[in-house]
Design a binder for this molecule. Structure first.
Ligand SMILES: CC(C)(COP(=O)(O)OP(=O)(O)OC[C@H]1O[C@@H](n2cnc3c(N)ncnc32)[C@H](O)[C@@H]1OP(=O)(O)O)[C@@H](O)C(=O)NCCC(=O)NCCS
Length: 196
């Protein structure tokens, strides 16, 4: 996995401000756009309500200089079930010494970058943010994986599966044409993060 962000055109972490979604953001959300309209609709219509009911938590990413909302991510606790998986993957987990039926995970429910800001390294930063959250959970209550359903697109440039593979995610199951469940084992990151 290469989380090193190369290139001058990338947005730097210090240019960003992250806020947890709240009622005060209601108007700002309307300026957000993406070709993935369902991700825009979720943000505007459902994200706060779900958060209010403690089903998920949404974090908004703003450009400090302009206060523009340029990305968001929605997270929830989950578990990765290890029964009912193919024998190859099952063996892979056994080789790692994992013999449980399920393991705790942090699920990326939604993740979206505003159209104008695609390919500027924000997706990578959002994944780093999730790894940090999973690491904190791992210390407090245990957490081993990040899990998600990658949105599929027949246009390879818009197929999130390729992005997640680049980030180090692996396929958990081939489900259908629309979504592919993927996971990342955070154990390799834990030592690095713990040493900070
Ligand atoms: C998927 C998404 C979050 C990626 O965000 P991003 O800010 O463009 O990603 P980054 O700039 O950090 O890209 C990191 C690397 O992945 C590559 N990449 C990004 N999207 C890609 C795609 N769809 N297919 C292949 N590679 C992709 C980038 O080119 C970059 O590679 P490089 O380091 O070799 O230059 C963004 O495309 C998005 O919001 N899409 C619409 C919503 C969506 O599909 N969300 C996922 C739902 S599961």
């Amino acid at each position: 996995m290469n989380l090193f962000r190369k290139g001058e055109d990338k947005i730097k972490p210090e240019e960003l401000r992250i806020e947890k979604l709240s009622k005060v953001h209601a108007e700002i959300l309307k300026d957000f756009n993406s070709d993935e309209q369902d991700l825009v609709d979720f943000l505007i219509e459902d994200a706060f309500n779900q958060q209010d009911r403690r089903i998920s938590a949404t974090y908004l990413w703003f450009l400090r200089q302009t206060n523009e909302l340029i990305a968001y991510i929605t997270l929830t606790p989950d578990c990765v079930k290890l029964n009912n998986i193919n024998s190859e993957l099952s063996q892979k987990f056994k080789d790692k010494g994992i013999n449980f039926k399920s393991l705790p995970a942090l699920k990326i429910c939604r993740l979206c970058v505003k159209n104008k800001y695609l390919k500027k390294g924000l997706g990578t930063l959002l994944i780093q943010f999730s790894i940090n959250k999973a690491f904190i959970l791992s210390l407090d209550v245990g957490c081993r994986f990040i899990y998600l359903d990658a949105k599929r697109n027949s246009d390879p440039k818009k197929d999130a599966l390729h992005f997640y593979k680049k980030m180090g995610f692996e396929i958990y199951k081939n489900r259908n044409d629309r979504e592919t469940p993927m996971y990342m084992d955070i154990l390799p990151f834990i030592k690095t993060l713990a040493d900070r």
